[in-house]
Write a protein that binds this ligand. Sequence first.
Ligand code: NAD
Length: 505
Amino acid sequence: MNAITFDRSKAKFPIPEVATSFIAGRALPSDGTGERIPVICPATEELISTLREADAQEVDQAVMAAREAFAKGPWPRMSVDQRKKIMLQIKQILLDHADELAYLETMNAGISTNHVRNFHVPRMGFNFEFFAEVASQDSGAAYLQTKPYLSIVTREPIGVCALIGPWNAPLALCSMKIASAIAFGNTCVLKPSEFTPLSLLRVVELINQTDLPKGVVNLVNGRGQVTGDALISHPEVDVVSFTGGTTTGRAIASRAGQNLKPVALELGGKSANIVTASANMERALNGSLLAIYSNNGQQCLAGSRILVDRKIADEFVSKFVKRSEKIAVGDPLETKTEVGPLAYEAHMKRVLGYVDIARKEGAELLTGGGRHTEFNKGFYMQPTAVMAKSNDARVCREEIFGPFATFLVYDEIDEAIALANESEFGLVGYVWSEHLPTAMKVSQNVRAGTIWVNTPLTRELRAPFGGYKNSGIGRDSAEDCKMFFTEAKTTTIPLEDFPMAKWGA
Ligand code: NAD
């Protein structure tokens, strides 16, 4: 692809010409070693920046900065109240730059500015406030049962955290990783996706303008096989928190396993969205459209397999198709846009490839199925829906990760539950029903980490989020993040003198 050069005078906020690493409080120079990787705006195909990849030496520099800040710096030793004050400064500085961060995210990831500004940016700010509260309210345990001993259990920061994120929601997802890691006194090195380095580079710069000690939050940019691999293999990394695809998750877990590093994996999904005959049709329709098409269809928790009761299937599917055809696809910087472009060209081609796969498998194309014809440039795709022949079809089994809905029709709720569970994934599940026993039956029998009843995409940060089966290992929540990012320590003290063997006396 020949990228078009971007006219910088058009930019609403500055975009760095070269995105580098940010280590120990400063951005590294643009003229260092490392591959140059084009950073493309998916809406216009313009070259908006160049990523200078961090090699193993640069990754070492970042990890050692985090190690130094952990071993000798004030952050792990500060009172939680002092840490909380700084976490709230971080929240504030990020929200003060909300428009700029949303702009960078939209320009780089193609997510509509409305969605980023209304959901991802507030969530990013809240992540820092939430984990500051969680850490400040934490307490230990005391055991007096075994006399004459008092055993107290405290939790200590685990050390240097490698945080690796995907391109589909960089601000929302990686801010959660940073906040949950540092709130408990850790230091970290973040590696964003090589496709979307821009917003997070600015986040880390801004974080470093607060009173946070230098070296606590560092960032390296580059591809997974180079920069990511160097990071997770580094002996001074204590723990790896990863969000991304299932295949990558497997590679990362086995790599980390060689060094006995704990890993948390938030991976892919192919979640069932069960629309029952007892659903409120209008709400189920609105929710199902959001569940598959929001964030340009690129979300792990998408309701991408829509299982609809035969009694309402014709009506529901025809309404779904009509609404899909009216979705405002367009420039993600425009506030009226509902679906923007896919994040990068190869990904768009991969998603479009599933249209052919569906056809070959005998699926019926209900709507969409091609690039959007209105645009000469940009990775725009029509919102697409197919009716599959059976759950064995690849479009029912594989994560497509785009604005691509797959329908199946069922007759009994037990059949719907069985179909939902016939999947290698188990991230989330949706059910639409006004009949409580039906909704509860689905909730209790679908093997997924989160079940949404009559609502799409709601995240409660206090409650666990994560996947069954190949959708991941571990959970995100107040308690789960505390367990993951801290080590437990038991200290035992006798409260009175006690008889002890006197060897050699
Ligand atoms: P990906 O797995 O290709 O890449 C994710 C990150 O891992 C990137 O930063 C990449 O550079 C890095 N990486 C790749 N290979 C690596 C290696 N060998 N060593 C170290 N790092 C490596 O995923 P993606 O395409 O960026 O994101 C899409 C995927 O993420 C989808 O499958 C989606 O479901 C998943 N996802 C899951 C969640 C969740 O919470 N479960 C949230 C968002 C996205």
